[in-house]
Ligand binder design. Structure first.
Ligand SMILES: [Zn+2]
Ligand SMILES: [Zn+2]
Length: 345
């Protein structure tokens, strides 16, 4: 079968690989019916994910149909439509029992799929710990609706959940890229008093205005003044930083009122400065990412209930045979792309 493979720093290629099979009793093999490209795939391509193994099939955002399962798998069976979780976790170690599945101590714990073991930009994928990593897609929820459940939507849901949002809060979200847009929808589930989105890119600001008319949209230059003007207590009660740009960490704590929670989801290319003397007396609480992706069932139910819809994020669709073209478009942000769906040929 054809698979998009990480060859070396800077190079992905479509190569031929054998069909995966069940190896461990907890494995499942899934036929990929739709996948997507994530910014993390670009990080692998450009060598900024040291754990990524050359030769691995990339791709960790996908949905599919279960083809076969190991003898210990109980939650899914062949023929089930499933969302695949980006994270592998055992469900039994200290971290898993506390819900911190990102730090699972299993050898494949955390982000393995499409990084350390073969992922989903291909036809079939072997998924370890299938009882934890696969979630049945409810009838009536399409592949397009479920595509982001295991990765960027899980991240947005987790970010909103840990930010302890109340209905009195003004919530600032920094960044309206794909993950920021997922975060926005999940923050809205908590009905805060006001949501403000700060985004540098004009096209993305327009996207937010068009799809979420109740949200206040600002840009990095106006952000501090505008948030202060709209907030009851000086500045934002909750700040969720999803952008990961050069100045956005600073913007995040500056835009937070005293005793606010600042949730940092962003993955930075460079170390960030935490200038404690400047924020002395502000008494901020920082919470930092990666996602504990263990809420896929709840998220799929919210989609089934019509409370989350990420399909507008899919701006482009390509067949697998043109996946390198899709990467070029996504990486260079051509044609106002937000997310790309890849379909089997
Ligand atoms: Zn991702
Ligand atoms: Zn674990």
């Amino acid at each position: 079968m054809k698979a998009l493979t990480y060859i070396e720093n800077g190079r992905f290629e479509v190569t031929d690989k054998p069909m995966p099979v069940v190896i461990d009793p907890t494995d499942a093999v899934v036929r990929v019916t739709m996948s997507s490209i994530c910014t993390s795939d670009l990080h692998i391509k450009h060598g900024s994910v040291p754990r990524a193994v050359p030769g691995v099939t990339v791709g960790h955002e996908m949905v599919g149909v279960v083809e076969s399962v190991g003898s210990a798998v109980t939650s899914v069976k062949p023929g089930d439509r499933v969302a695949v979780n980006v994270e592998t976790f055992c469900g039994e170690c200290f971290f898993c029992r506390n819900g911190w599945v990102n730090n699972c101590t299993d050898p494949n714990g955390g982000w393995a799929l499409g990084c350390r073991i073969d992922g989903g930009q291909t036809e079939f994928v072997r998924v370890p710990q299938a009882d934890n990593e696969l979630t049945r897609i409810p009838d009536g929820v399409s592949d397009r609706q479920a595509l982001f459940v295991g990765d960027i939507l899980a991240t947005g849901y987790w970010a909103a959940k840990i930010s302890e949002i109340s209905q009195e809060d003004t919530v600032l979200i920094i960044g309206a890229g794909p993950t920021g847009l997922c975060t926005l929808q999940c923050v809205a589930l908590f009905n805060p008093k006001r949501i403000i989105v700060c985004e540098l890119d004009e096209v993305r600001r327009e996207f937010v205005k068009r799809h979420y008319p109740d949200v206040v949209v600002t840009n990095p230059d106006r952000c501090l003044a505008e948030v202060a003007g709209l907030s009851e207590h000086g500045s934002a009660d909750r700040v969720i930083e999803v952008a990961g740009a050069d100045d956005t960490f600073r913007l995040a704590w500056q835009a937070a009122r005293p005793n606010a929670i600042v949730t940092v989801v962003a993955l930075y290319d460079e170390p960030q400065i935490l200038p404690l003397p400047d924020m002395y007396g502000k008494n901020l609480t920082f919470k930092t990412g990666g996602v504990d992706g263990c809420d896929c069932e709840e998220i799929l139910q919210l989609i089934a209930d019509g409370r989350i819809d990420t399909t507008p994020l899919i701006t482009h669709t390509f067949p697998f045979s043109r996946i390198l073209e899709a990467y070029d478009l996504f990486e260079n942000r051509r044609d106002n792309v937000i997310k790309v769906a890849i379909l089997p040929d």
